[in-house]
Design a protein around this ligand. Structure first.
Ligand SMILES: Nc1ncnc2c1ncn2[C@@H]1O[C@H](COP(=O)(O)OP(=O)(O)O)[C@@H](O)[C@H]1O
Ligand SMILES: [Mg+2]
Length: 278
């Protein structure tokens, strides 16, 4: 393997998405999902990707993980081309109910990800499973099955399973879209805490603009398909963030204004305020 730190020192971006086009062909028609996406993700950043349903957010993440080939363009991780899922990157799917094994307990679900990677002794797998159960605060639920847990707890199992593999990068695709509002707040806090404590790089897909601003160091809005980056906002809000006071900061409201204006205008939903946006 190439010396990745040398590549970084030489100025290569941590993750580089270069000129990605993606078309799907089937049933006699072609769908152009992505129309030339360029994006560089810094190590340790929390980048959210927002945009309307069908604009290609999931497609982009799957290409970033090497799960789906691009029609044109390339993705690089520390200057190495991504052509299959790299061990440094873990992808947390949208549908956690479908990603957990219903016949396995919480601890067996988490251990599965580690066993699957190979090369770890059973004692190490057991120790790491315990560690990550603790990290997502599921102590006492080790022997429960997914169907005995709430949606938010199941999502925490999925997150623990991903993190137990100690990835450097987490790709999360609308991970909180099917939980209630309060559970969602709890999961947002969990992900923010883990991002800070573990020094992760997170690329987070959401259709919720406010969630994106609250969590991120940067928010990227995709345009309508064939999508390109329509807006790229650096989020300069202090850490640690607070669910009430951060969302009241003038700067937070300004980011919200700019992003909503961009998305509404793109959808032809422009309001009076949106038309005046900078
Ligand atoms: N496997 C596929 N085969 C054909 N079309 C697809 C496939 N996956 C996604 N698409 C199409 O590509 C476009 C972008 O989809 P997707 O990436 O899922 O968007 P988003 O995640 O933003 O909702 C949509 O028009 C969708 O129907
Ligand atoms: Mg999607």
């Amino acid at each position: 393997m190439r010396d990745s730190s040398a590549a970084l020192r030489a100025g290569a971006p941590y993750i580089a998405v270069r000129g990605i086009h993606k078309s799907y062909t089937g049933h006699g028609r072609t769908t152009r999902a992505l129309g030339g996406v360029d994006l560089q993700v810094e190590q340790g950043s929390f980048v959210s990707i927002v945009g309307p349903s069908g604009c290609g957010k999931s497609t982009l993440q799957q290409i970033m993980d090497g799960l789906v080939p691009a029609t044109e363009g390339r993705v690089e991780l520390q200057a190495r081309p991504v052509t299959e899922p790299p061990p440094e990157i873990l992808y947390v799917f949208q549908q956690y109910t479908r990603s957990l094994f219903p016949w396995k307990t919480v601890e067996k679900n988490i251990a599965y990800g580690l066993e699957n990677r190979g090369g770890l002794a059973p004692a190490e797998i057991a120790a790491r499973t315990r560690e990550y159960i603790g990290l997502v605060k599921l102590d006492g639920f080790e022997r429960h099955y997914p169907w005995q847990l709430s949606g938010g707890m199941q999502q925490r199992v999925a997150i623990a399973r991903a993190l137990a593999c100690r990835p450097a990068v987490l790709l999360m695709d609308e991970p909180f879209s099917s939980v209630d509002a309060l559970t969602r707040v709890g999961l947002q806090e969990l992900v923010l805490r883990l991002w800070r404590e573990l020094g992760l790089t997170i690329v987070f897909v959401t259709h919720d603009t406010e969630e994106a601003i609250y969590l991120s160091t940067r928010v990227v809005a995709l345009s309508k398909p064939p999508s390109v980056v329509g807006m790229d906002l650096q989020i300069d809000l202090p850490h640690p963030r607070d669910q009430i006071t951060t969302r009241e900061l003038p700067r937070y409201l300004e980011y919200r204004h700019r992003l909503l204006s961009q998305l509404f205008t793109d959808e032809g939903l422009a309001t009076g305020a949106a038309k005046e946006a900078p």
